[in-house]
Design a binder for this molecule. Structure first.
Ligand SMILES: NC(=O)C1=CN([C@@H]2O[C@H](COP(=O)(O)OP(=O)(O)OC[C@H]3O[C@@H](n4cnc5c(N)ncnc54)[C@H](OP(=O)(O)O)[C@@H]3O)[C@@H](O)[C@H]2O)C=CC1
Ligand SMILES: N[C@@H](CC=O)C(=O)O
Ligand code: NA
Length: 338
């Protein structure tokens, strides 16, 4: 059996995904990347033309079975999901469609259910870590979620694991942000991580998957981008962030004096969800996290001692893995075990 794949946004993550797919070999299943599209050009088979998402979808509809992989962070591409899901499957690491308007979220769910097309978005939370699939399994088997708490940002995990550690660190805050960007952990503009919005989107997604009608408008979100740099262009922001190193060093010093470290955490809680920079005692599991690891604790009726998932939560390869494993789930539903 052959499954076609069409990639919107062959950027950092999208290219890693395409490379992983190209290496796939299996006797029962062939995967072919038949089309790609960025904001300017699209390749449909062997022809290269100006980008037009309606034509891209038409081409995919004519080349079934097909999965569209949206690897952009575009607000406009996600508005096409209900249309895509009329005839095609969808896999995406793009958080916008599931954390923006609740109407769009519901339309996406309905389009998938009514047309029997799959819509998988594992990589929207914790990159390739099995977070969405675990949550869906818990909910669909009848467990009750009481709280989900964790470090959901690979970028903020990396930054605070490096910058705020017991025993001290000799790296500045701005330097850790630069490193996180160079390592491919950040959003295209790192302020989308530092302002808490990326974590907030993940909290909203987990809330909605667990049945809570969370929204970005009502969630409490702590923005740690210095006020003066919030409107600056992206390169000015990166250049001037070092002017605020002393501010972050002072916050860190205060935490270390009370034998605590700083960690940026998200919490899904029916009694009040939040996204904030908090102090954690050196003995807390969040305090000993390494690299860009995420740690997510699911507290449920069945798991009063939380079910914990931990591991690399950002980076092109692990994100592409999450997308690829979603594509393989779709393929296996068609071809059986592989
Ligand atoms: N980096 C990570 O660790 C993780 C990333 N993600 C998510 O993965 C997604 C991709 O991230 P990343 O690869 O780093 O981003 P990049 O900026 O590297 O790539 C984005 C791609 O999308 C294309 N694009 C943007 N807008 C449009 C549009 N309207 N139509 C068609 N193509 C468009 C860009 O093309 P052009 O060059 O023409 O603009 C580019 O090819 C994001 O949603 C991100 O949140 C999720 C989990 C982890
Ligand atoms: N910028 C995000 C990427 C994954 O969603 C992060 O740092 O976690
Ligand atoms: Na995930």
């Amino acid at each position: 059996m052959s499954l076609n794949i069409a990639v919107i946004g062959p950027g950092l993550v999208g290219s890693a995904f395409i490379n992983q797919v190209k290496q796939f070999q299996n006797k029962k299943l062939t995967l072919s990347v038949i089309a790609t599209m960025n904001s300017k050009k699209m390749t449909l088979g062997s022809s290269v033309v100006d980008s037009n998402i309606d034509k891209f979808i038409e081409y995919c509809n004519a080349n079934q079975p097909c999965v569209i992989v949206d690897s952009t962070s575009s607000e406009s591409v996600v508005t096409h999901y209900p249309k895509i899901l009329q005839k095609l499957h969808l896999v995406t690491p793009n958080k916008k469609g599931f954390s923006g308007s609740i109407d769009l979220f519901n339309q996406i769910k309905s389009a998938s259910l009514e047309n029997n097309t799959f819509c998988y978005h594992e990589a929207t939370v914790g990159a390739g870590l099995p977070i969405i699939s675990t949550l869906n399994d818990l909910v669909q088997t009848g467990d009750e979620i009481t709280k989900i708490e964790g470090i959901f940002s690979g970028t903020l995990s990396f930054i605070f694991n490096r910058f705020s550690q017991i025993g001290g660190s000799n790296v500045s805050f701005s330097q850790t942000v630069k490193e996180a960007k160079e390592l491919g952990y950040t959003e295209p503009d790192p302020r989308d991580d530092l302002n808490g919005l990326d974590v907030a989107r993940k909290v909203v997604i987990l809330g909605r998957v667990s049945g809570l009608p969370l929204s970005l408008d009502t969630l409490q979100i702590e923005n740690i981008v210095p006020k003066e740099l919030r409107e600056a262009d992206a390169s000015t922001f990166m250049e001037q962030l070092s002017n605020y190193d002393d501010y972050f060093s002072k916050l860190n010093k205060e935490a270390l004096e009370s034998k605590s470290v700083l960690r940026y955490v998200g919490c899904v809680d029916p009694n009040g969800s939040s996204v904030a920079l908090k102090k954690f005692d050196a003995s807390h599991p969040f305090a000993s996290l390494k690299g860009s690891d995420n740690i997510i604790a699911f507290y449920t009726k069945r798991f009063p001692n939380p079910l914990i998932v931990q591991g690399a939560g950002a980076g092109a390869e692990v994100t592409a893995f999450g997308m690829f494993s979603d594509v393989l789930k779709i393929a296996k539903s068609m071809v059986g075990p592989i």
